[in-house]
Design a protein around this ligand. Sequence first.
Ligand SMILES: Cc1cc2nc3c(=O)[nH]c(=O)nc-3n(C[C@H](O)[C@H](O)[C@H](O)COP(=O)(O)O)c2cc1C
Length: 178
Amino acid sequence: MDSLSAPLPPIDRKEFRSALGLFPTGVAVVTANAPDGLSRIGMTITSFNSVSLDPPLVLFSIGKTAYSLPTLCDAAMYSINILGAEHQHISARFATSNGDKWTGTDVEHHDGLPFTLAHSIVAFQCVPYAQHDAGDHVIFVGRVVRIQRRGGTAPLVFFGGSYAALQPSTPISNHQEK
Ligand SMILES: Cc1cc2nc3c(=O)[nH]c(=O)nc-3n(C[C@H](O)[C@H](O)[C@H](O)COP(=O)(O)O)c2cc1C
């Protein structure tokens, strides 16, 4: 049996998750209106990333068991709201299925564009560009049509399964052994 047809080695699920957690990320909440305009979804994600500058594309992935998935698959537009260091409670609220995610959540409406969370440091408003099936997740690629930049605060960070904040930046020296 050559190496191409050999069975792939199994990866321990727990070890995989814990290794992935060593990649620090920001924290975002993806939000969208259902196509009927009557209901809305929002869920916490760390799978957000940049893809392309021209055209302006971003991506995130959503687990196939997420309640929000069918709405996101059909949404005409969605927003990716990047959370600040003081928004840990918003991340926790939007990471809970079946909970009330909207009481006390301030949203902003924008004519002809998807709504955004008022408490985010920046929001990327997108129209769908592509969807890809990927194992137990669906990858969404969005084309950014507007950026709502609020700024003024440090981002919330997720690392090793816990929330973290960035330290004030310190220069990293190029250390060369002599
Ligand atoms: C910090 C953090 C990051 C998360 N990132 C993702 C993600 O990128 N994709 C995903 O499908 N779920 C992610 N989740 C889990 C969802 O937020 C969680 O399953 C949520 O309850 C889904 O909501 P829904 O079932 O109401 O749609 C994350 C949870 C936390 C706490």
